[in-house]
Ligand binder design. Structure first.
Ligand code: SF4
Length: 421
């Protein structure tokens, strides 16, 4: 039975467009030269693709850029992966969107599609001549992500003369590195350089971002109060130029004190997303030692519930890394137990007004350092189908102003809850 037929058989409660997106996240598409050509105008993947032996070089090169995000005719968005043995291929189809998704031995055309374009703001300069793409701003569809303090203090927890690493086991992006110098972030200090804040605010204010959501993120601080002050500084700068009206701004911080949540709300921040990453208490301690030892699991949960009081029920989320319980020393050994633990989190949070969002845990595999999700496609679809049923039962669907089909490129929750226009 073909992949899509099997998924239709096993997951009849999932819409066909969701099954297709999940299948593409896992199976990817075969390489076609038109993908490399599209990278001339599309938003590029941060990792170039190395053409395998037997595939003709592109413009004399074997290392090529490819688009990052596919946008289908019904606006479903998905990250583009290229895998040689995929049953899918993207190539020009003569449609107004330009490309088609072809499937199976008889090359059935499933849908027309395009790619997220590289927008003008990416190449524009701020007033002081900094390329806007270097200001700490990035974009996934209609969501801008602002990160001007990427260094996470959990990597360098002071202990006597030395430091201890209490970072989350899956995290690479929070490692304090040279990005701190270019952005002027100083570890253990809440305040950010006014010039850094001004530059990123200028980038957000570019007239052609085509975004509706602005998600503020950054590395965690050891002092919760200081982290709150940092987000307040950013929110104030956004409010001063009207950006909290233009965008649905959300704080994707660590757990915050209520006082700072209220200040953020007063400044026009509309949502909060304090990521728990993993629900099971023992796995939380193992996977997120910093969050566990510095904030504490119960404090994290309490903070999410306080956020519901402050921001309202449709405006609080917490993200989990699906499958991270199954990876590394001390991991759960039973994938179904991990799945049931994920659902337990949803049963706890969703009735209380906190949405649980599952991204996949991708493990680096093989000699070419490719990445594969730890959850199987079937487990990921089962998890999402059951999460969608809980949201429906509780009459609490994902708020599309906060997180939409056009911003979820590796998650499925909005695809279940939002009908295509
Ligand atoms: S708190 Fe966030 S930035 Fe810090 S280690 Fe964990 S996931 Fe990474």
């Amino acid at each position: 039975m073909s992949l899509l037929a099997r998924l239709a058989d096993q997951f009849p409660a999932s819409p066909a467009r969701v099954r297709l997106k999940a299948a593409l996240l896992y199976a990817g598409v075969r390489y076609h030269e038109s993908l490399a050509e599209a990278a001339d105008w599309a938003f590029p993947n941060y990792m170039p693709y190395i053409l395998p032996p037997g595939v003709a070089a592109f413009r004399g090169q074997r290392k090529v850029n490819l688009p990052y995000l596919v946008r289908m005719a019904d606006d479903t968005q998905v990250r583009l992966r290229v895998k040689p043995d995929s049953p899918f291929e993207i190539r020009p189809d003569g449609s107004p969107l330009g490309f088609g998704l072809f499937y199976g031995p008889d090359q059935t055309l499933l849908t027309s599609l395009t790619f997220e374009p590289r927008l003008a703001w990416v190449d524009a300069l701020t007033g002081d001549g900094t390329p806007m793409r270097h200001t700490g701003l990035s974009q996934h569809g209609e969501m801008l992500v602002l990160n001007i303090a990427p260094g996470c203090e959990y990597f360098v927890v002071p202990e006597g003369e030395k430091t201890r690493n209490l970072s989350c086991s899956f995290c690479l992006y929070g490692l304090p590195d040279k990005r701190l110098d270019s952005l002027g972030q100083r570890l253990y200090e809440a305040g950010l350089p006014p010039a850094t804040v001004k530059r990123v605010v200028e980038a957000c204010a570019h007239p052609d971002t085509r975004a509706t959501q602005l998600y503020l993120v950054g590395g965690s601080m050891l002092d919760m109060a200081k982290e709150g002050e940092r987000y307040v500084q950013i929110a104030r700068a956004l409010k001063d130029v009207g950006l909290t009206d233009r965008y649905y701004v959300a704080a994707g911080s660590g757990a915050l004190e209520r006082k700072h949540m209220e200040e953020l709300k007063d400044l026009g921040v509309r949502g909060a997303c304090f990521n728990m990453e993993v629900w099971d208490a023992a796995q939380f301690a193992r996977v997120c030692p910093g969050k566990d030892q510095i904030v504490g699991r119960q404090r994290w949960i309490d903070s999410l519930e306080e956020a519901v009081d402050v921001f309202g029920k449709a405006n609080v989320m917490t993200a989990f890394v699906g499958g991270v319980e199954l990876d590394g020393e001390g991991a759960m050994t039973d994938a179904r137990r991990a799945l049931e633990s994920n659902l337990e989190a949803a049963e706890y949070f969703i009735p209380r007004g906190v949405q649980t969002i599952y991204s996949l845990h991708w493990k680096v595999t093989g000699k070419d350092r490719g990445q594969e999700p730890v959850y199987s496609l079937d487990l990921f679809l089962e998890l999402n189908e059951r999460l969608a049923a809980i949201r429906k039962r509780e009459n609490r669907l994902i708020n599309p102003a906060f997180f939409s089909r056009r911003s979820a490129y590796m998650q499925l929750e909005p695809d279940y809850d939002e009908e295509p226009a």
